[in-house]
Design a binder for this molecule. Sequence first.
Ligand code: PMP
Length: 444
Amino acid sequence: MSTEQSAALFERARTVTPGGVNSPVRAFAAVGGTPRFMRSASGAWLTDVDGHDYVDLVCSWGPMLLGHAHPEVQAAIAAAIARGTSYGTPTEPEVELAEEIVSRTPAEQVRFVSSGTEATMSAIRLARGFTGRDVVVKFAGCYHGHVDSLLASAGSGVATLRGSQAHTPGRPLSVPGTAGVPAGSAAETIVLPYNDRDAVTEAFAQYGTRIACLVTEAVPGNMGVVPPAPGFNSFLAQTCREHGALFISDEVMTGFRATREGGWGLDGAIEGWVPDLMTFGKVMGGGFPAAAFGGRSDVMAHLAPEGPVYQAGTLSGNPIATTAGLATLQLATDEVYERLDATAATIRSAVAEALTAAGVPHVVQHAGTMFSVFFREGAVRDYSEAGAQDTATYAAFFHSMLDQGVYLPPSAFECWFVSAAHDDRAVSAILDALPSAATAAATA
Ligand code: PMP
């Protein structure tokens, strides 16, 4: 497959942009090869600058629930653009989108921002402002955007929490997970292993009076899909309540994607607990930079202009973005989710069948319509188990699929996303490519 035009653009891009990309995973660093520069997208398909078509299993990392360039969404966007692109005033579409989100989730109020990162950053500030406490608890392997305090790896605090040594007052709870994050930002973050109730109980026993909030992905999808053990989210909500901390459910990826009600639709809606705060992004922006945080109205009342916690944005609630998001959600009916479920199930079982036939160790995990494939055997319950997969095998599998016109996430640790536009032709193209990709994986 010729990648001449992509390679030429990548070369130019690297001169003017670090690594040639505006978000690291796009550079194909984990799988090698030339990142494909896309020229257009329609339905389930992407077209690159060399003229190759690919069935898209990334869907812009989640947002394109209905597929690319959905005619009704496009029409709504075109009509909105004709009325101007940004006014810096309140508008009707943002009220309608907020009403739609509030009607689907337990959030009583929402505030719009422009990225998932901004949403979690703001939710954490609000939780700190509301509780008057500083410490944040998160789980290893959960990604909440590039928020300083959430880019912490498990440092000395976790060793402390696991009982190996006593905590020294003033000693940081975690260390930064990247260069550029001040030690002080990570010092107030506790990182725990996912699905580990004992670790949560110990952390709250030791630091409970200092914990402002616990933030978790409703269903982790950023280490591959690692579903919460039954009752785990409910246990987290309960533990937070007992200690006066806020429970923040990050639904940037799962929101309006895992189910109609997001990740919460898989457990909270059934078990009857509600998060104090939630964050949203991706699908609710219809392919535009829009995100939100929301939750209990008594907590949200602490935000400016009603309350003392400052938060703002020039393009927050942008009329084009909120129009695109609203059109997307209005079209995302129960039938759409049924279709997504069926498509995802077909692909999941075909992948498992092809990898089994080729003798490649693997496990496919899912939550609602979200799924991912781990190239290792046995259930994956946390980040350390997710990390124990064979990334070289994934790279071989990925490239074989790519050569056959299927665009998978260029990393073994990402979720695979389907859209309502994945019709028989798109699904057949995926199914046809699987056996030789599985063989390539077996011989990697
Ligand atoms: N939270 C979660 C759960 C996410 O998956 C992401 C992005 N993948 C973010 C937050 C950050 O969103 P953004 O990339 O829009 O800043």
